[in-house]
Design a protein around this ligand. Structure first.
Ligand SMILES: CC(=O)N[C@H]1[C@@H](OP(=O)(O)O)O[C@H](CO)[C@@H](O)[C@@H]1O
Ligand SMILES: [Mg+2]
Length: 550
């Protein structure tokens, strides 16, 4: 069995020393922190990606350098497994171990351990494809990553500056190229062609669409949406806003999907742009999240979040499945997290199976794979639709008995192709939403009226140790610190339609509090009361207690 190229690793590792006194964790979204302290992490992730590929007989592994919706000065990195899905969870801890090795010697010894534990044949080829978003720290971090690849002698393909979902698409298409499972052409062009031609077929014969405003969060979604618009031509007129990818500090700043979701308001930059009734959406910094919204006649803001997208899309698919009389063979189900608005869960549960899983896309994705057709979106707008292989085979082979069935089947086939099944994809999801709206003849208001959101509030609490907070029941209840859940239950009882839960964030050093209630003021009050409980319970300094906490 070949040995690790220790000399190359040593020489290059010395160029990327780990800062002392910094600990790293491969969390829900990979490694994510200030871009200034990620150099050694990127180098080591380069090595890890090569080893993961060797472990999988030279299948291509993806590496994405992004911190998504986080502030511009943050950055991050995550690995993508061969089918375009998130890194297998047992390897998350390998990643954490490598990132925290304090010296080159320790790194090399950790690598030897990893090879043994994970049974890696080092003589196998290593193949990786990588990309980054538009963050200013990206080029330097990618150089560190490339040193990691070089140390391992990996075969590499640089996908440049692109969106996270496009990188996931590339990983899957590269690995399925020339097989019966081919997912498309392994190029940017292949991606845009696949999505746009499916969309064009889906909306063929429908009245022309009115222009859609896209807030690109001043990120990589801007160039991506521009390219997509060329492929769409007249089928979907779009107006791009917040496209300043070279303006320092602009990324995700007072714009983008996370801003809209958290603040429940219009990005200020759109105030003089958006017309009442016009459809608009926001992407996040790496274009895998999508939030829709519109202004009513009184210029009141209305948000159409991931739950509203789930409802729109799942109902449409269910109706198509009914038309083709395949309800038994094509079971449609929905996956949500505790952050899903209670009204959406109620609406959906009355119509289809709904499952609640812990936060983080990998949990939703895996649960959605259990259905023939699984629709999943986090409330924050990250999600997609998964079709099992048997479901796809049936949809492409079934013989329709009537013209209506033939049309419905064709729509299902085109939905399969418009959707990026590897991961949530803002641009693909946007095309899917636009297609369904066109079929239903809905504007924002009609879509919004399917159910009324319960007012909700999300609050962050800074605590000294978020790991002291442990949850059960898909994060809806706290088991630790002991006794805190009972106090939350007591509070919740006092609010009409009240619901609240507390969980440690997987991406930030905070504990999150969510609350909803029948009235906005009540949801806010409940959230701030629970936040106060959490703060005090965690031993927060009374002098620093945020004044809004009750
Ligand atoms: C409330 C919320 O929006 N949480 C987000 C956030 O996770 P936290 O574990 O809550 O920090 O980032 C994750 C990764 O992007 C995303 O999957 C998740 O939905
Ligand atoms: Mg993102």
């Amino acid at each position: 069995m070949a040995a690790l190229p220790v000399d190359d690793i040593r020489r290059l590792s010395d160029l990327h020393p780990k800062p002392v006194d910094v600990g790293y964790q491969y969390g829900t979204a990979g490694f994510r922190t200030s871009g200034k302290i990620l150099d050694s992490v990127l180098f080591r992730v380069g090595i890890l990606a090569a080893l993961r590929s060797k472990r999988l007989d030279g299948k291509t592994i993806g590496v994405m350098v992004t911190a998504s919706h986080n502030p511009e000065h943050d950055n991050g990195v995550k690995l993508v497994d061969p089918r375009g899905e998130m890194l297998e969870s047992s390897w998350e801890s390998h990643a954490t171990v490598l990132a925290n090795a304090s010296s080159t010697d320790e790194l090399i010894s950790a690598l030897h351990d990893l090879i043994k534990i994970a049974k890696i044949d080092v003589s196998k080829p290593a193949r990786v494809v990588y990309a980054r978003d538009t963050r200013p720290s990206g080029p330097t971090l990618v150089a560190a990553l490339e040193d990691g690849f070089k140390a391992m002698g990996a075969e590499t393909r640089n996908a440049g500056v692109t969106t996270t979902p496009l990188l996931h698409y590339l990983v899957r298409t590269i690995n399925t190229k020339g097989t019966k499972d081919s997912y498309g052409d392994d190029s940017e062009e292949g991606y845009y062609t696949k999505l746009s031609s499916a969309f064009n077929k889906l909306i063929a014969g429908r009245p022309p669409r009115s222009p859609l405003v896209i807030d690109c969060a001043n990120g990589v979604g801007a160039p991506a949406a521009k390219i997509l618009s060329r492929y769409l031509q007249n089928s979907l007129p779009i107006e791009l806003e917040n496209t300043a990818i070279d303006t320092s500090g602009a990324l995700n700043n007072a714009c983008g999907a996370d801003f809209v979701k958290v603040n429940q308001k219009l990005p200020p930059s759109l105030v003089n742009v958006l017309q009442p009734g016009q459809r608009a959406c926001s992407l996040d910094g790496d274009a895998d999240r999508l939030m829709y919204f519109y202004l009513d006649e009184r210029r009141q803001f209305h948000m159409l979040d991931g739950d509203k997208i789930t409802t729109l899309v799942a109902s449409f698919i269910v109706d198509l499945v009914k038309v083709v009389s395949l309800e038994e063979e094509l079971r449609v189900g929905v996956v949500q997290t505790a952050y899903a608005n209670g009204s959406s869960t109620k609406y959906l549960s009355a119509r289809l199976p709904v499952k609640c899983v812990p936060t983080g896309v990998k949990h939703l994705h895996h649960a959605a794979e259990q259905y023939d057709i699984g629709v999943y979106f986090e409330a924050n707008g990250h999600g997609t639709v998964l079709f099992s292989q048997p479901a796809q085979d049936l949809i492409f082979s079934h013989k329709p008995s009537t013209p209506a069935q033939s049309t419905a089947l064709t729509h299902l086939q085109n939905i399969i192709n418009v959707v990026n099944q590897t991961v949530g994809d803002a641009l693909s999801d946007m095309l899917l939403v636009e297609a369904v709206l066109a079929h239903r003849s809905y504007g924002g208001a009609e879509w919004d009226s399917l159910y009324a959101d319960l007012p909700s509030r999300l609050v962050k609490v800074v605590v000294s140790d978020r790991n002291a907070f442990k949850t059960e029941d898909a994060e809806r209840r706290l088991v630790s610190p002991p006794g805190l859940q009972a106090k939350i239950d007591e509070l919740v009882k006092k609010y009409d339609g009240g619901r609240s839960f507390v969980r440690p964030s997987g991406t930030e050093d905070v504990v999150r509090v969510y609350a909803e209630a029948a009235l906005k003021g009540q949801a806010d009050e409940l959230a701030f009361r629970v936040a106060g409980l959490v703060y005090d319970e965690a031993g927060g300094d009374p002098a620093q207690r945020p004044k809004e906490f009750l």
